[in-house]
Design a protein around this ligand. Sequence first.
Ligand code: NIG
Ligand code: FE
Length: 423
Amino acid sequence: MKTLFVNIGLLGGITESDVLMKAGSAMSHFERIENAWLLVDGEYIASFGDMSDIPKKLEQLSNEGVTFTQNDVNGGMVLPAFCDSHTHLVYAGSREIEYIDKIKGLSYEEIFERGGGILNSARRLHEASEEELVAQAMVRLNEIIRYGTGAVEIKSGYGLSTEDELKMLRVIRTLKELSPLTIKATFLGAHALPLEYKGRQSEYVDMVINEMIPLVAAEELADYIDVFCDKGFFTPEETERMLMAGIKYGLRSKIHANELDYSGGIQVGVKYNALSVDHLEYTGDEEIAVLKDSETMPTILPGAAFFLNMVHSPARKMIEAGLPVAFASDFNPGSAPSGNMQLILSMACVQYRLLPEEALNATTINTAYALGVSDELGSVCVGKRANLMITEKLPSLEFLPYAFGSNKVSAMVLNGEVIAFNC
Ligand code: NIG
Ligand code: FE
C-alpha cells in the first residue's frame, strides 16, 4: 500500500543514508523542505520533494498505474518520530509516596537505603503477573505514541532475581509483538542490590554473570545489557566483569553512569565500546576526553534531573567539544514518571541550552543511534522505515519545543501506517 502525504508545511530531519548520528556543530543542522510531499510505500519512505513538483509526481504515478491513498497534512509538520533510547516502562504500580518524601527533602540514595526506590518496584513487580505487567505497560506505550515516540528501549531491572528478571524480559518480548512501536530490550539485572544480598554484593554480581546472563541469552530475551555503575550501586570493576560476560553472549552495553558521582562509569562504558552511557550529571573534562573518538553515545535524561532536582549534565560543553549528545526520557516510576519526549525536547532547550535543531537531532537520529537502529529509523531518508510524527499546523519548527506542555502531535505514521488522533 502506498500513501502520498501532501501539503506538508515543513518536512524536517532529512538526512543522507550514511548519516547515523550528528556530533558537534553538525547537530545544529536539521535539514528540511518547506511545503513538501512525501510518498510512503508499504513500511518505507519511497520519495519526497517540494509541493511545486507535485503535478509532475502525480502524473508519474498515474503513468506507472500506481494506486495510492492521498493524505492531506494541511500545513502540519512531518518529522522523524522520536526515538526514546532509555526507559524502564515495565513496572507495577507507581511510587508517589516517595515523591512526597523527596519533596520533604530525602535524597534518592536515602529513599533507596530505607528499602524504597528500585527495591520498592522490585517487590511490586514480584507480586504482579506477566499479564498485569503487559496491560500496564501497553497503556504507557500507547501514551508515548500519542506524544510522538516511534521507537523505544525498555530495560528490565525491577526483577533482581533470575526468575523475575526473566519475567520482565518476557513481558518486553510480548510488548514487541503487541505494539506497533519498534522496541529494544535491555537486561539490567545489576540495577540494585536486593536486600537479601546485603554485604554479599560480589555474590550477586556472580549470579548475574553465571546464571542470569546465560539464561537471558539462551532465550534471546535481550538486545543489550546495562549496569547501574554509580556511587552506592555497582563499582566500575563489577561493571567491567558484567559487561565482559555480556559481550561473551553478544550483548553490547548501554549503561547508567555518572548520575550520582564521578563514578568511572563513562570510562568503563567506553572501554567496552558501549552503545551509550546515560545520565552523565557528573561529566568533567576527563570524561569528555574519553568520550571523544569513541563510538559511545553520551545520553542525557533531563526528566530524572528535573524530578530529582539534580545538577545538569554539561550538554553544551560536550557539543562544543565536538561530541554528539542524545536526550531520552528515562520513563520510570522513581525518577522520571513521564515518557513525554516533547517535554524532553523543551527541557533540552531551556535547561541544557540546546538550539531547537540540536534538540531535535538529540531526540531523533542520535537516540536512534543509541538504540542501535539509526540505519533504519531516526530521520527522513529514502529507504528508511516510515516512523514519523505529524503535527498540527505550527508557526515554525521552533514552536515545537517553545510551546512546552501541550501536545502538538496530531497523527503518527508507524511502519507506514497512519494513526490519527482527532484532537
Ligand atoms: O535511570 N538510575 C537508576 N535507575 C533509574 C531509576 C529507577 C527507579 O528509581 O525506579 C533511573 O533513574
Ligand atoms: Fe534509567
